[in-house]
Design a protein around this ligand. Structure first.
Ligand code: ATP
Ligand code: MG
Length: 308
């Protein structure tokens, strides 16, 4: 399928000389939720700002909906909605006015019914006449989303949409994002809440120091890079591990009461039976065991740490 966004050889060096993006190649599939993860300063906002036409690239090409973002900037931009990381709104305007104004900026005719639905969906309808400066931070963020959606874009960028947003509103936003996706909108979001990516994303890209180090389906990423942990709660605490168990990736924790075995999700199964036999041979008995899969958070931290 034709990607909705296609990025080739993208580079960005700011006037300061700082190289914020290094040869980025990325295709975004129509209708997916793509989460861009990366530590502070990795280049996420720079990448989004370039696609949205707010920052000029140093090299490379980008097409959005088949339109080159530089040569056909207006066409490309009309397909895109952006909720920026920094909240910037006209403090003195009313919610209603500012959202309608955003729509008008793209040359669309007024559509009060559409804007009303948008504000209702974002629980802003009651606040339609309020000046933006009188709203709470979470409401202001929703106004930014309403503004971004006012011209009915096909591609929505959300740069840290839930930073500083309470749990309930975060859930509401996730639901809204899913509904948008179901209505055919492609969503690209950045987040520092890894559980958000884990919950929402179809695919994940990890960016580190301006390089896209991993792009993969979320489930594949968790399968490939994830580790499982097996915790054995021992009958008798061990002072230390017997030497000939050193070949296993075992760790003694909890004052010798717990033995932790971590392993690659891909390789295992066979190994475990063997481990149990080895433990048995040493008379190491356990009263309880549990296993867990490493979270996306752990995977992410390992990826980034490994490259620090
Ligand atoms: N206008 C600018 N001029 C010079 N350097 C900039 C500019 N904007 C960003 N940078 C630098 O480019 C790098 C990437 O910044 P960017 O804002 O894209 O990171 P980010 O991944 O969005 O980080 P965060 O998670 O903190 O939002 C940083 O080192 C930043 O200091
Ligand atoms: Mg940013």
């Amino acid at each position: 399928m034709q990607p909705v966004i296609s990025i080739r050889g993208l580079e960005k060096t700011y006037a300061s000389g700082h190289q914020a993006l290094k040869s980025i190649d990325l295709d975004i599939t129509r209708g997916e939720i793509f989460a861009l993860l990366g530590p502070n300063g990795a280049g996420k906002t720079t990448l989004i700002s370039i696609i949205c036409g707010l920052v000029t690239p140093t090299a490379g090409t980008i097409e959005a909906g088949g339109h080159d973002i530089l040569r056909e900037a207006r066409k490309a931009r009309s397909l895109i909605g952006l909720v920026p990381q920094e909240l910037a709104t006209d403090a003195f305007e009313s919610v209603w006015a500012t959202v309608n104004f955003s729509r008008g900026l793209f040359g669309l005719p007024p559509n009060p019914a559409f804007v009303e639905k948008l504000l209702r969906d974002l629980s802003l309808w009651e606040k339609r006449d309020a000046r933006i400066m009188t709203l709470s931070g979470g409401m202001k963020r929703r106004v930014m989303i309403a503004k971004a959606l006012a011209h009915e874009p096909k591609i929505l960028f959300l740069d840290e949409p839930t930073a500083g947003v309470d749990v309930e509103l975060r859930q509401d936003m996730w639901n809204m994002v899913r509904e948008l996706r179901d209505s055919g909108v492609t969503i690209i979001l950045t987040t520092h809440y890894i559980e958000e990516a884990e919950e929402m994303a179809d695919r994940i890209g990890v960016i580190h120091r301006g390089q896209l180090v991993v792009v993969d389906e979320k489930n594949a990423l968790m399968r490939k890079l994830g580790r499982r942990r097996l915790e054995l709660h021992l009958q008798q605490p061990l002072e230390r591990l017997p030497e000939d168990l050193a070949g296993w990736r075992l760790e003694l924790t909890n004052d010798g009461h717990t033995l932790v075995y971590s392993f690659d999700v891909q390789q295992e199964a066979t190994g475990i039976a063997e481990l149990f036999r080895d433990l048995d041979r040493h008379g190491i008995d356990y009263k309880d065991l549990n296993s867990s899969q490493s979270s996306l958070e752990e995977i992410f931290v390992n990826l980034v740490r490994g490259r620090a």
